[in-house]
Design a protein around this ligand. Structure first.
Ligand code: GLN
Length: 448
């Protein structure tokens, strides 16, 4: 009831698409009955959770904030959702986002933009903007998002909360609407690291419905969460000296590095010469994968179909897709189709795959020598609403620090660091080796 009241009070932020009010209350009562009967609740007993509108939840609508999926109801639940429910969590509603998770501001949604609760003239970030604001404004305790190139870490940074993108393969993608399958990963928002760890504990692990979900055992993330020791940190020299990085934020990171050194850690600047290539490689590869993934929305199988009759089959597809997809999604389908086309495949798609390989090797080399990499999450604080909409290249370039973890599959977390003199928060990003979420969470929890 507390969260339902707050959701009503903060309707203007536009974080929720649908609120499952009756259902959530009924579930709360049911959990209460279990407690009265002396039964033990699951690990997330009574925890109130919101989910991004890209996660399937059986018998509930899901649309990826797109007109093309209007009216579509999930036939099954994502594995992550099944596990939340099995752990006795309460799912309170689904959350606004950029259409098909494409964007950095939550301005590309068929349900309209989401506002940053700290300053409503600013964006909350994206694409999981609704998920970030729901936690920021205390409309639920934790939330799920998806992170293909930063969509959990970047809005967490803009909203002053914690956002985790686990290792590729740590959480099953079964029931997550695909954007770019070799990059996508479900991520978690929370007010603190322990909450995020508790949710990861429940939803991580092997899944027979997703062959890319790792068979690796899930360690206990919470028992040693407060464990601390002197560590070897690397920061990417080229990232810290990048033109686009806000000067005040740069100073903030430098003082963090000093503080860590004073506390007995080592913090070393290492060269990273591929910085300028990672955003182009990311957008070539993700648009290519998206153009393939989104071919399933043809007006026949689900969602919107054109009302025009007596069309040839191809015209029917074109019409349904033209009416159903928004501008950013169309742009990316076109770009992706172009980079995969026979004449340009080698110049763009193959080249970007080669860049991806080099970056993977470089990052592995750094992480074989250091415990963790420290990076900014975003080069600036939250943009003003509308500020970046006319300049897509500037918008894409602001993903410079987040796409690295998705290109390489490593886990990364954004944790609030300081408040900028403009009043907005900004975070620091921590990266560890694949499947080393245990250390990642420890660092996030202790050091900052
Ligand atoms: N801003 C990035 C993009 O538009 C990230 C999206 C994401 O992680 N889903 O592709």
């Amino acid at each position: 009831q507390h969260y339902l009241q707050r959701i009503e009070q903060f309707r203007h932020l536009n974080a929720f698409i649908e609120v499952y009010a009756n259902e959530a209350l009924e579930r709360a009562r049911e959990l209460d009955r279990k407690i009265q009967a002396g039964e033990q609740l699951g690990a997330l007993g009574g925890v109130v959770i919101g989910i991004k509108d890209v996660l399937c939840y059986k018998d509930h609508k899901v649309s990826a904030a797109s007109h093309i999926l209007e009216g579509f109801t999930s036939l099954y639940s994502a594995t992550a959702i099944e596990r939340l429910l099995a752990a006795d969590a309460i799912i309170i509603g689904n959350l606004n986002c950029d259409e098909f998770a494409m964007g950095s501001t939550n301005e590309n949604s068929t349900y309209g933009k989401v506002l940053n609760a700290l300053d409503t003239t600013r964006v909350p970030g994206g694409s999981s903007g609704g998920s970030a604001v729901a936690v920021q404004a205390d409309l639920c305790q934790v939330s799920l998002g998806s992170d293909t190139g930063g969509s959990v870490r970047q809005p967490a940074d803009f909203c002053g909360i914690v956002g985790l993108k686990p290792t590729y393969g740590r959480i099953s993608r079964h029931g997550l609407i695909a954007y770019a399958s070799s990059f996508d990963q479900i991520g978690i928002f929370g007010k603190n690291v322990a909450d995020v760890g508790a949710v990861l504990q429940v939803i991580a692990g092997p899944d027979e419905y997703d062959s890319t979900a790792s068979q690796k055992e899930v360690p206990n993330y919470l028992t040693n969460l407060s464990h601390n020791k002197p560590r070897k940190y690397a920061y990417l020299y080229d990232a810290l000296h990048h033109d686009g990085l806000d000067a005040e934020m740069k100073a903030g990171f430098e003082s963090l590095f000093e503080k860590l050194s004073d506390e007995g850690n080592t913090v070393t600047g290492v060269p990273f010469e591929y910085l300028d290539y990672i955003v182009p490689a990311y957008y070539v590869l993700t648009t290519a994968e998206a153009s393939s993934n989104l071919s399933r929305y043809d007006g026949v199988k689900f969602g919107h179909r054109t009302a025009l009759e007596n069309l040839e089959l191809n015209d029917f597809y074109k019409k349904s897709r033209s009416e159903g997809f928004g501008k950013e999604v169309k742009k990316r389908i076109l770009l992706g189709t172009f980079v995969l086309s026979a004449g340009y495949y080698d110049a763009y798609y193959s080249k970007a795959q080669q860049v991806r390989r080099l970056v993977v090797e470089k990052l592995q080399a750094i992480l074989s020598e250091y415990d963790a990499i420290l990076l900014p999450t975003v080069p600036t604080t939250a943009f003003k609403i509308g500020e970046k909409m006319d300049d897509p290249i500037a918008m894409y370039l602001a993903d410079i620090y987040t796409v690295l973890a998705n290109l390489t599959g490593v886990p990364a977390i954004s944790v609030p660091l300081h408040r900028h003199s403009n009043g907005m928060p900004y975070g620091v990003q921590i990266i560890t080796k694949k499947f080393d979420e245990e250390q990642l969470l420890q660092i996030a929890n202790n050091v900052l």
